[in-house]
Design a protein around this ligand. Sequence first.
Ligand code: PMP
Length: 398
Amino acid sequence: MQWTQARRAQKMNPSVIREILKVTEKPGIISFAGGLPSPKTFPISAFQAACDKVLREDGHAALQYAASEGFAPLREQVAAMLPWPVDPAQVLITTGSQQGLDLVAKILVDEGSRVLVETPTYLGALQAFTPAEPDIVSVASDDQGVDLDDLRAKAEGARFFYVLPNFQNPTGRTMSEARRAALSAEATRLGLPIVEDNPYGDLWFDQPPPLPLTARNPEGCIYLGSFSKVLAPGLRLGFMVAPKSLYPKLLQAKQAADLHSPGFNQRMVAEVMKDGFLDRHVPTIRALYKTQRDAMLAALQRHMPEGVQWNTPAGGMFLWARLPEGMNAAQLLPRAVERGVAFVPGWAFYAGQADARTLRLSFVTASVAQINTGIAALADAIREQSLASALPSTVEST
Ligand code: PMP
């Protein structure tokens, strides 16, 4: 039998991160690679109680097919928890925010459509957009967020700008208030729609991040949120808030994709979140992740050789580091794995020209003791690699 694959299938690539995760599944490897929330934060007993209650009181409906828009009480809870006025009719419950990215590509992107992304950006978004065969254009970004001059130069004809203002994956950086205000004004002036992805916004350490872009111009933005980082990723539940003009098309795309997100899970989440559960639960995640971030910063300070740079994320799960000149994070990885530690080389997150010296370190999955051991091992691997890369030129010059 001759199977001929669609062009979009040929454009799909295995996720580099999933490939790396396979290596890290070897026993004894300390992994800073995956974007896995700490399982210590999963509220198992709250789910156990909710599961019993949902099955007892609403079991038949919970196990039946349901509305594509989502479970109405959950849509109301989502609308109420967002910091701008949201009509529950604008909330679409999705199967993780990853599905939101897929739906966005389905209804907004044609072959060759220009889609703007930050430099670097979330790999899973690149994977979701790529089958629609867009022309993905990287917009220069600094530690405050996107470079508005570069955005202006590249915005013409773009279908949207995909942006992660809070504790970005992969860099951990946060867009400043001034940059948000300017971006929002500029996007409105240019008529440039924004797709705002915010799975990490609640995981701040010292102070909440500035207001989302969508709050400043709800008609010009699609907002993606997730329960993965504040409750549990295994639920596969997220949501999108869309302008009313786009909602029907997103709903049709959602129907075609999976009819609806699991009604049972939606009811459990609605039950768990009742009575302000997140207000009590999320601060415990913030406190844990802050301790972990501090442990990683201290270990980096203690162990890293001169020339290695890193940032101080104000929330979220990731820290972004850069190797000294002449080094390459992808080449470092096998050496690091040999020494028992894994990370994701930064090149995977660039839509355009990659900075080969960068790497992403997750500080939330490993324990504090493992963070210290793992960063020490990584520092050794860097020293070894820099000696090895120095060798050929020494040999040439002699
Ligand atoms: N967006 C970003 C920036 C992410 O980091 C992730 C998870 N890695 C997602 C979306 C998808 O999350 P989920 O589908 O679990 O809601």
